[in-house]
Design a protein around this ligand. Structure first.
Ligand SMILES: Nc1ncnc2c1ncn2[C@@H]1O[C@H](COP(=O)(O)OP(=O)(O)OP(=O)(O)O)[C@@H](O)[C@H]1O
Ligand SMILES: [Mg+2]
Length: 271
């Protein structure tokens, strides 16, 4: 194990973010053309502040990865985008629309979906019942059509529709969790650690599926602790450390910076 060290200072390509005060001005701070923009976003749980001035954007068609150690604030960020955690400062735009006041349901209807950490499928319900839950009210009447879209991506799920979700393998459960999120036909899919706890072969399968999803036109924000795999499929990435974005760049730039894993993720680089 090598000693931890900070990333090289003055890197020509990697962009460092300084914390700055929230704009609070009501002016449009969305990034031009972006599908999602978080601008100076802050969030807290009660008295404990978790996100500080987070600036992050996702362009249509991109896979963007958000990397960070346990407790860095990744899930909190995704939940804030969904409206499940209330933001305390800054802005969230979906396209050019400020969605800060929208309910989570309205955000799903608008085209954002979350595949949550730990899958959160309903073990005592069948695969079909789980998928129906993901469809949302707007899409209940189009179950067959949307399920066909999901089964095209995950053929293995089709034959499992009547099976109790709790009896599925870990990989099948993850496919179901992603499939459930896709039942609302999202334009922007937020994936929270989809590879967690899966065997390496299944992890590769899940990452291939994420790439296929992008080819189908779904834009993806991927939270991962599997840094190497995430940077292999992502276009760009952000590193979050104790609630602040500390580094961002293209996946190539972040991959070349070996210190990303060491300094920000608390991982040893295997030599
Ligand atoms: N519901 C909650 N109430 C209070 N504090 C919370 C709550 N959820 C998370 N936290 C705290 O907020 C911080 C960020 O947590 P978060 O779950 O966003 O991290 P994470 O980056 O997703 O970590 P992990 O990789 O372990 O999933 C942590 O300090 C955590 O303890
Ligand atoms: Mg998390």
């Amino acid at each position: 194990m090598r000693a931890l060290s900070l990333p090289a200072r003055g890197s020509a390509t990697l962009r460092r973010f300084s914390t700055r005060a929230g704009t609070g001005s009501g002016t449009d701070t969305s990034v031009p053309g972006a599908m999602l923009t978080a601008a100076s976003l802050g969030a807290r749980y009660g008295a404990s502040r978790v996100l500080w001035n987070v600036d992050l954007h996702v362009q249509p068609g991109e896979i963007v990865t958000l990397l960070g150690a346990n407790g860095a604030g990744k899930t909190t960020f995704l939940h804030t985008v969904m409206g499940l955690v209330q933001m305390t400062s800054g802005h969230i735009y979906y396209g050019e629309r400020d969605i800060a006041r929208q309910t989570p349901e309205a955000r799903v209807t608008g085209g954002i979906a979350l595949c949550p950490e730990g899958r959160r499928i309903f073990a005592r319900m069948t695969v079909e019942e789980n998928l129906r839950l993901g469809a949302g009210l707007k899409h209940q009447h189009t179950y067959d059509e949307n399920a066909a879209y999901v089964f095209e991506l995950f053929p293995a799920l089709e034959g499992l529709q009547d099976k109790m979700a709790g009896l599925l393998s870990g990989g099948e459960q993850q496919m179901l969790a992603v499939g459930r999120a896709l039942m609302s036909k999202p334009k922007l899919l937020l994936l929270d650690e989809p590879s967690l706890g899966l065997a390496p072969k299944i992890v590769r399968l899940i990452f291939e599926l994420i790439q296929r999803l992008r080819e189908q036109g779904v834009t993806i924000l991927l939270v991962e602790q599997n840094v190497r795999m995430a940077l292999l499929i992502a276009d760009r990435g952000y590193v979050i450390n104790t609630g602040r974005i500390e580094l961002s760049g293209t996946a190539d730039e972040l991959r070349e910076n070996t210190s990303v894993e060491e300094a920000y993720l608390g991982l040893a680089v295997q030599t």
